[in-house]
Design a protein around this ligand. Structure first.
Ligand code: AMP
Length: 282
């Protein structure tokens, strides 16, 4: 597995693959890898000849400096996991390699940027879109894989690629969970044992909401019902509950007739967790 720390090195590596007629799939990550990331890597391997993974904790998508500083990192462990999985190359640039000191250009999806997580964390999706655009331009990959766990992020990236005619195919991968149902996240290691147990309320609330949607429940009532359900767990500090159109993320009418996505964000201690589930009306 080739380890590339410069843009030139990963670009040359990808060009060599493509010159030999091999398709290249990119899996962008922020490292501290887990089974969720590995599932993205396996999907990528099943859909392309070569797989490259980027590991970059992107400062421009973090709102709070403390959150950025606390983000877990373990490069040696990540490399070992990716090597075992048969990844061809890893791109892990320093911040100074990634960003020009006089940078002034950003990429923004106008409407999606302002809603849901975008409203809670201003500037977050602008940071994501800009770094993902850079990764696409730097690598020249043919396909890129993203998790449905970051549901809004996936819709934002698909929209950006559509609107700007980026020559890359975006593929979404379903959320991978621990056996007890907690969505895997690099942040989970920062949970206390009590908070980790309490965090199971998120997946339980999603299962409850899924049942309610299939039973014909209406939009606004459902959000309140989910709030009440999560309120049973005193350790959960709920940040947001949203029931939105699964495709457009628009608000849903009072009677649900199309697939919806239920989006949750809650803090356990100082760890912000998100989870999601798509539900279909009867
Ligand atoms: P991150 O390192 O958290 O930025 O995540 C990198 C990619 O892995 C993103 O596309 C995430 O949506 C995806 N991902 C993270 N956790 C999971 C999970 N539990 N299941 C599926 N994909 C995930």
């Amino acid at each position: 597995m080739k380890i590339c720390r410069t843009k030139q090195d990963i670009r040359d590596t990808v060009q060599r693959f493509q010159a030999a007629g091999e398709s290249v799939a990119l899996v962008p990550t922020m490292g501290y890898l887990h089974e969720g990331h590995m599932t993205l890597v396996r999907s990528a391997k099943a859909n392309a000849v070569r797989v490259i993974v980027s590991i970059f904790v992107n400062p421009t998508q973090f709102g709070e400096a403390a959150d950025l500083a606390a983000y877990p990192r373990d490069e040696a462990r990540d490399f070992k996991m990716l090597e075992t999985e048969g990844v061809d190359a890893v791109f892990c640039p320093a911040v100074e390699e990634m960003y020009h000191p006089l940078k002034q250009t950003t990429v923004l999806t106008e409407d999606l940027d302002k809603v849901l997580m975008g409203a809670l964390r201003p500037g977050h999706f602008k940071g994501v879109c800009t770094v993902v655009t850079k990764l696409f331009n730097i690598t020249g990959a043919d396909k890129a894989f993203f998790g449905e766990k970051d549901y809004q992020q996936l819709q934002v990236i698909k929209t950006m690629v559509r609107d700007l005619d980026m020559p890359i195919e975006i593929i979404g991968v379903p959320t991978v969970r621990d056996v007890d149902g907690l969505a895997m996240s690099s942040r989970n290691v920062r949970l206390t044992p009590e908070d980790r147990q309490a965090a199971l309320i998120l997946n339980k609330a999603l299962a409850f909401a899924d049942y309610e949607v299939s039973d014909g429940r209406t939009g606004p009532d459902l959000e309140q019902e989910i709030r009440d359900f999560i309120a049973r767990e005193p350790r959960a500090k709920l940040e947001s509950v949203d029931v939105r159109d699964a495709e457009t993320l628009a608000e849903v009418p009072s009677t649900i007739t199309r697939p919806v996505v239920i989006l949750l964000a809650a803090r356990f201690g100082d760890v912000l967790l998100i989870d999601q589930r798509v539900a279909n009306p009867a």
